[in-house]
Design a protein around this ligand. Sequence first.
Ligand code: ARG
Length: 573
Amino acid sequence: MSFIKEHELYLKNLLDKLGYEESNVSIFPCSKKELGDFQLNICMNIAKKYHQNPMEIAKLIVANLNNHFINVNIANPGFINFSFNKEILIEYLNKSLENFHNLVDKHEEKTIFLDYGGANAAKALHVGHMRSPNIGEAMRRLANLLGYKTISDVHLGDLGRQAGMLISEIKVREPNLVFFDDAYEGSYPKVKYTPKDLGEMYVAANIKANEDSSRMNEVREITAEIDKGNKRYIALWSQLVEISSISIKETYQKLNCHFDLWEGELDSFKDIPKMLEVLKPFLYESEGALVMDIKNDTDTKEMPPLIVIKKDGATIYATRDLATIYSRINRFNPDEIWYFTDNRQSLYFEQVFRAAYKSGLVPKTCKLQHFGFGTINGTDGKPYKTRDGGVMELASLIDLIKEEITPKLKENIENKEEVASKLTIATLKFADLMSFRNTDYIFDPVKFSSFEGKTGPYILYTAVRLKSLLNKGNLNSHSKISNLDNEDVLNISLKILELSNILERAFNEKSLNYLTDFLFDLASLFNKFYNNYHILSEKDETLRNSNLAIVKLVYNVIHELLNVLAIEEVEKM
Ligand code: ARG
């Protein structure tokens, strides 16, 4: 159990013994450092509840505290300020040095299903598309760290207008392919396109379809045919999805994403009839379409019925998401399903979730949750664009950052290319996770790739420094922390005590900014110590070893948190 949790529990029990029942006792960092490292604010609440004087309650508590609490003092109207006994603190830090998990509070067993990534087949990934994989992957890793089981699915957007676009373009270019022969019954040949070809063909088809309405009609027709199960089109489209998956996979690999399942909307088709069976008692016809009421009496906003099947019999995004829910519940029975997309899909998911609960598609015990995120803007405050005003592809942004990073690297690095790539991804990810999930943010490539300030490279640089100290200092595995007298070292230690709360907060709010802030604070505190004090030339061997053990602990924490953020370290930079 984490140090703070353990002491909160101790205080809760103490209050119990003193006759005060409190379900939650929280220890906070002290707002006035000269009064102590921590404070307890609970006396004011207890006083209200029990109609007593808060100062008297504080005195009673203080009189009963054990020797873990030192420099205890009471401030009006009933704050208890204190620090922790350093011996106890040292013991805890040493245990955490042996086992990092000692710093983390584990949770009840639960299976969480995460739906993120969500790239659309045959379409290039734009800058905004990195948020879902970045946030989703980090949340998956954080959930694992806290002890939850997870299953992740990329949920490809592999059905929609882009299918019709591409197939119509191929039909123009290669009309003799068997996929366009109505009478063809044989097996299907492999088509020879690259992911790049698909991107080009999509752009070309898009331009033509927007200029020519008969071409647009054909696009719609082909899309509808796939939806209805046209075997030839599906055979062609499946190949195209596979080709485009190559480059999608590459990109997600660069972002260090791991997907347990590589499924998509097309995979949900086989579950649509079973899903409809469950929804049946709630479905009714409206203007030819099959819809379901999802309004609540308490709704203050408009909640139109959800269309489940369109009037031409076609499925829509919601149909496929409902069928996917059916499949996930039946195959994995998760306790929670999390969706990560941008904020614009919030209402959509609310509708789908309501339909799922109301119809019994999902048991009430399973929590469906959508976690939206804001837009990535340029310095002009508008969605991030290329210099000439076009949509910025993610690949181009990666190139651009790499150009910023490369000249800053030291001359004598062997695998410069690899280091530059890792720093590029670190820049991208740290910047993307640094603002609160729900808000829009401005992406500034120059600022975010700087080696100083709150950036990915700064944290990686600190990790390199820590590793180099550990190498040079020859820390042996028995070295223990034995001294917290140095103020910088004490501040580092107190920061590390906050870790469990920080993880909790990030987990509850599904926002990684708490982790990036913590990493920056910890790195800054460490660098302050490093600049104020020469660790390696300390003559007193016990003190030198103690400080090296602190270096190791800081490194372990940074290492684990970078891993949660899916940011890889480098050895030199
Ligand atoms: N492909 C979708 C899009 O680009 C995201 C998929 C999100 N997941 C889901 N189950 N709907 O908007």
